[in-house]
Design a protein around this ligand. Structure first.
Ligand code: ACM
Ligand code: ZN
Length: 569
C-alpha cells in the first residue's frame, strides 16, 4: 500500500512537472527547454570535478538540496578531470573550469539537464551556487523538503551570467530589529533571486545594532528604546521621565560573523552601514559628549523628522570615535566597502556650535557641507588604510568628495545631472532611486493595503521597468554604473512577515532588471511566471504581496512620493 502511494505521488508530480510552465527568475541569458525530465531521487549522487575535497561548496550543495528538496545525496569521489570521456549516470556533476570561461566571469554558469544526468560548469563557487538556484526552479514549484520522493527536473540547457555586478538589497534593522534567524531567512531569499549584496543598515536614530567593545554604551543604551510597539508608528509619544527602554536588540560580534559567513556561502557580500554624521540620536543618547549641545538625546521612538541629531564636527574625539568603530568593523566584515551614510544630516547644530565653527575657520572651509566632507574624508583615509573603500549616500557629493568614493544615488527627484557629474569625476555609482527602488513605498492602493507604508507608490510594474543604466545617460557614464539595489526601510515593519510582504515579489522584479539581459525582459512573460514563484515562496514559508499592481494603478490620493518632505529615513 505504501509503495503504491509513493508511486502515485511520484506519477502525479511527474505529470504536473511536465504540464507546468517553467518559471525561472531572474530570466537566464539563454534557456532552452525540452520535454523530458531527469528524476532526482536518493540514488542521485553529487560529483565535484576540480573542486578541493574540503571545499565548503560540497556541503553547501548537500545542505541546499536537503533543505529545498528533502533529499540527502551522497558525494561521489569520482575525480575524472575530462568530461568528454566521462559518463556518470544519475549524478549532478559540478565541473570547475581550469581555464576560465570569459563569458561566465565570476558568477556565471552553464547547466544541462538531460534525462540521465545533470551537468554544471562554472569558473567559481558563485557560479555553482547560482546554477543550483536555477536547478531548483526547474523542479515543480510546489515541491517541498517535507515531500521527498522522486523529483522530476525539466530537461533544459541554460547559459547564464549577470548584467550588473551590484545587485543589492538594503535592510534597515534600526527602526525595527530582526533576529539572526530571520536575517538568515532573508539572505536565503536574496540568494534565490541572485542578489549578491546585503546592505545592512545597522545604525540610526532608532537603535544601534552592533556590538562594539570600545564603546559598550552603544549597545547597553543605544540599542534600546521605550516600547511603543502597541501604538501606530506615527503616534508614538516621546519617553516619559524614568520610563524603561525595553524594545530593541543588537547583534553580538559572534552573530555578525555567523551571518557574514552564511551570506558568503550564498555569494552575498555583507556591507555594513554606519551613519556619519547625522541619524545619530542613539549614539548621542549613549555618549552625550559627542553632541554640539547639551540637549537630552534619547533613542528615538516613532516619527522623527527632520532628524536633527548630529555628531559634533569640531570635536576630535568624534573623529577618533568613528575611526575606532572602523577598527572593530573591518575585523567582522571582509567586504571591500564600508557604507558611511552621509544622508540627511541637518546642520543647524553645527551652525550654532563654537567648536564646529572654529574647525570651519581653521581649515578654511566654505560652509557646513564642507565640514561634513572633511569629516567623511578623515574617516575615509582611515578606511583606506585597511585597503577598503567607502560608499556614501548622494549627499556626500555636496561638500566635495574623493573620486574613490562610491556614490549610492537615492534622491530620485534630483534628476540625472548629479549622477552624470559624479561619473565624470570617476565615482562608481550604485542606483537606488526612490522612484524605482524604495520598496518601503506602497505597492498597491493605500486605501486597500493592510500593510502600512511610509507613503509613495511603487507598484511591481514600475520596479520591473527599472534599468540602472538610464537611457538618458551618456555612453561615457555607463561603465561607472555598477548596478542597483532595493531599499527596505523598516519604520512600518514590525515583524518578519511585514518585511517579506514589502520585499516579495518586488525583489523578483528588481532581480530581472539587474541580472537578465535587457533584451530578455518582458513584463507579460514575467507576470506569467509569478504564480509558480509564489507557490515556491509559499512552500518555503515566505509571506508575499499577491497584487500585481501596474504603473497606471496609481491612486489619485497616493501619498506624495519622490519629494524631500516625504522622506523619514
Ligand atoms: C535615505 O533614504 N535617507 C538614504
Ligand atoms: Zn559641534
Amino acid at each position: 500500500m505504501k509503495l503504491s502511494c509513493t508511486f502515485l505521488l511520484g506519477a502525479l508530480l511527474l505529470l504536473s512537472a511536465c504540464s507546468q510552465p517553467v518559471s525561472i527568475v531572474p530570466e537566464p541569458v539563454k534557456l532552452t527547454l525540452s520535454s523530458g525530465h531527469y528524476t532526482l531521487d536518493s540514488n542521485t549522487t553529487l560529483v565535484f570535478l576540480n573542486v578541493a575535497e574540503d571545499d565548503e561548496i560540497r556541503y553547501y550543495t548537500q545542505d541546499f538540496i536537503f533543505r529545498h528538496l528533502g533529499l540527502s545525496l551522497a558525494i561521489s569521489n569520482e575525480q575524472q578531470p575530462n568530461w568528454d570521456t566521462l559518463q556518470i549516470p544519475d549524478a549532478i556533476v559540478f565541473q570547475k573550469n581550469t581555464d576560465e570561461n570569459e563569458l561566465f566571469g565570476d558568477e556565471g554558469y552553464s547547466l544541462s539537464v538531460s534525462d540521465k544526468t545533470v551537468y554544471i560548469e562554472a569558473n567559481t563557487n558563485a557560479g555553482f551556487v547560482y546554477a543550483l538556484q536555477t536547478l531548483y526552479q526547474l523542479a515543480p514549484s510546489d515541491v517541498t523538503a517535507k515531500k521527498p520522493a522522486s523529483i522530476p527536473l525539466r530537461t533544459a540547457t541554460v547559459v547564464d551570467y549577470p548584467r550588473f555586478g551590484w545587485r543589492g538589497n538594503l535592510l534597515d534593522v534600526s527602526r525595527h530589529f530582526f533576529d539572526v534567524e530571520y536575517i538568515k531567512k532573508h539572505l536565503d531569499v536574496l540568494a534565490m533571486y541572485k542578489i549578491n549584496k546585503f546592505h545592512w543598515h545597522l545604525t540610526d536614530d532608532h537603535g544601534w545594532r552592533i556590538e562594539i567593545a570600545k564603546y559598550p554604551k552603544l549597545t547597553e543604551i543605544g540599542a534600546w528604546r521605550v516600547d511603543r510597539s502597541t501604538v501606530p508608528w506615527l503616534e508614538g509619544e516621546p519617553p516619559q521621565e524614568g520610563e524603561p527602554a525595553t524594545y530593541g536588540g543588537y547583534y553580538t560580534k559572534e552573530q555578525i560573523r555567523e551571518i557574514v559567513a552564511y551570506a558568503a556561502q550564498r555569494n552575498i557580500e555583507v556591507i555594513p552601514e554606519i551613519e556619519i554624521p547625522g541619524h545619530c540620536s542613539e549614539i548621542l543618547a549613549s555618549y552625550p559628549e559627542f553632541a554640539c549641545d547639551t540637549f537630552n538625546y534619547y533613542v528615538q521612538i516613532g516619527p522623527y523628522w527632520p532628524p536633527k541629531a548630529i555628531m559634533c564636527g569640531g570635536n576630535d574625539d568624534v573623529i577618533q570615535f568613528f575611526k575606532d568603530i572602523v577598527d572593530e568593523i573591518v575585523e567582522l566584515f571582509p567586504s571591500k566597502y564600508i557604507h558611511i551614510g552621509g544622508d540627511e544630516a541637518v546642520k543647524d547644530n553645527w551652525v550654532a556650535c563654537a567648536k564646529c565653527q572654529q574647525r570651519i575657520k581653521n581649515l578654511k572651509l566654505a560652509n557646513e557641507e564642507e565640514l561634513q566632507s572633511w569629516m567623511i574624508r578623515e574617516v575615509e583615509k582611515h578606511i583606506h588604510q585597511y585597503g577598503k573603500r567607502i560608499i556614501g549616500w548622494d549627499e556626500i557629493l555636496e561638500g566635495g568628495v574623493s573620486s574613490n568614493a562610491t556614490i549610492m544615488f537615492w534622491r530620485g527627484w534630483l534628476g540625472d545631472s548629479v549622477i552624470i557629474k559624479a561619473a565624470e569625476r570617476g565615482n562608481e555609482i550604485i542606483m537606488t532611486p526612490t522612484n524605482y527602488c524604495y520598496i518601503d513605498y506602497y505597492q498597491a492602493d493605500p486605501a486597500t493595503e493592510k500593510q502600512k507604508a511610509i507613503g509613495g507608490f511603487l507598484p511591481l510594474q514600475k520596479v520591473y521597468s527599472f534599468d540602472p543604466a538610464y537611457e538618458s545617460f551618456p555612453e561615457s557614464a555607463i561603465p561607472f554604473i555598477k548596478g542597483g539595489q532595493a531599499n527596505l526601510w523598516a519604520e512600518f515593519l514590525f515583524a518578519p512577515e511585514n518585511v517579506e510582504y514589502m520585499l516579495l515579489p518586488r525583489l523578483l522584479a528588481l532581480s530581472e532588471g539587474l541580472w537578465s539581459p535587457k533584451a530578455n525582459k518582458d513584463w507579460e512573460y514575467f507576470v506569467n511566471k509569478l504564480p509558480a514563484q509564489k507557490k515556491r515562496l509559499a512552500a518555503l514559508g515566505y509571506n508575499y504581496c499577491d497584487k500585481v499592481a501596474l504603473i497606471t494603478d496609481e491612486p489619485k490620493q497616493a501619498p506624495a512620493a519622490d519629494t524631500e518632505e516625504l522622506k523619514t529615513e
